[in-house]
Design a protein around this ligand. Structure first.
Ligand SMILES: Nc1ncnc2c1ncn2[C@@H]1O[C@H](COP(=O)(O)OP(=O)(O)OP(=O)(O)O)[C@@H](O)[C@H]1O
Length: 320
């Protein structure tokens, strides 16, 4: 039995709030890409973000992660520090999981620097793979880890004992994360030579290397075959079980409805419905939104049939 099948009965999520978006609106000139959208994400929760093409999912994601400053509204994140370098570093002997969730702090109206957001405990992956193609898998993950190390430029140039100690710790943690995502044996493989599904998992390992409280995944299964999709689903459950909050954008409805505790459906920049997967997939407006876009019938079938099917997609389906 896969983890996906075991998790059908969703545990009640009682964790602290790690992210709160209120009235987020984003305009590009005359185009209202996101209109007054709210979202709360708790520790240990998987939240799905769905909607037809152009619904505003990525734009909303970019507002959540501080990449865009919303035209109006506010995003607050538990852990965004006023002094990024020190705020959520664990004390000696304290594991990362044991660090209490700090109070919510606004991401806006002052847009934070991306590095500050990462240090505060928010990590993301992108729709298109953005690995360092000519670096090994291990090196890619080590790069993600550097936001948690303290060696400055001078220490790195001089390569003294402190540098070597930190480098060893970084290497060990990177290997641990590769093991966690199932790529332990590929540590020395060049990223560009790895199979597509492994590259996606490597991106997740690199994001996890920043010790996030919240990880946002933008279409993590895009282009994956059915087996890779199942593995991605199991990996996301594993991440959730380690105490993180997860937000996922995905077009694969079966994947989303089997994975998530809650789903927010955006249509033309507005929140159409937010609820449990069961509530969302049975809402006729959601089905209509997909049909109404003129997207192919597969999407329609996906929404309606997702409740009777597993994340297992028929093996004959190829990569999209
Ligand atoms: N930087 C930008 N400048 C101008 N318009 C933009 C920009 N980014 C997105 N848009 C527009 O905002 C709307 C929402 O786009 P967005 O990419 O957020 O949708 P999406 O739901 O993520 O779509 P998809 O599922 O196709 O990735 C679209 O009409 C898009 O053309």
């Amino acid at each position: 039995m896969t983890i996906a099948e075991q998790e059908r009965v969703r545990p009640e999520v009682t964790g602290a709030t790690v992210l709160e978006a209120t009235g987020v609106t984003m305009r590009f000139g005359g185009l209202l890409a996101v209109n007054d959208v709210n979202l709360t994400v708790r520790e240990g929760e998987i939240v799905g973000l769905i909607g037809p093409n152009g619904a505003g999912k990525t734009t909303f994601f970019n507002c959540l992660t501080g990449l865009y400053k919303p035209t109006s509204g506010q995003v607050r994140f538990a852990g965004l520090p006023r002094k990024p370098a020190k705020a959520i570093r664990p004390k000696k002997g304290q594991t990362v999981e044991a660090v209490p969730v700090p109070p919510l702090e606004p991401l806006s109206p002052l847009p934070p620097k991306p590095r500050a957001v990462v240090r505060a405990g928010m990590a993301r992956t992108f729709q298109n793979i953005r690995l360092f193609a000519n670096m090994t898998a291990l090196e890619n993950v080590m790069v993600g880890r550097y936001c948690r190390t303290s060696a400055g430029a001078l220490t790195s140039v001089l390569r003294g004992p402190k540098f070597h100690r930190e480098e060893e710790a970084t290497r060990a943690r990177a290997q641990e994360l590769l093991d966690f995502v199932g790529l332990g044996r590929s540590a020395e493989h060049l990223a560009r030579n790895m199979p597509y599904g492994d590259q996606r998992r490597l991106e997740i390992a690199r994001a996890l290397a920043t010790d996030p409280k919240l990880i946002l995944l933008d279409e993590p299964t895009a282009g994956m075959n059915p087996q890779e999709t199942r593995q991605a689903s199991d990996l996301i459950f594993k991440i959730r079980d380690s105490g993180l909050a997860v937000v996922v954008i995905e077009h694969d409805m079966r994947f989303i409805f089997n994975l998530c505790d809650r789903v927010l459906c955006l249509v033309q920049g507005e929140a159409l419905i937010e609820g449990t997967p069961e509530e969302v997939q049975s809402d006729p407006r959601v089905i209509e939104a997909y049909i109404g876009t003129g997207e192919d019938e597969e999407d329609d079938v996906d929404v309606q049939d997702a409740h009777v099917q597993d994340t297992t997609v028929a093996d004959e389906e190829g990569r999209s």
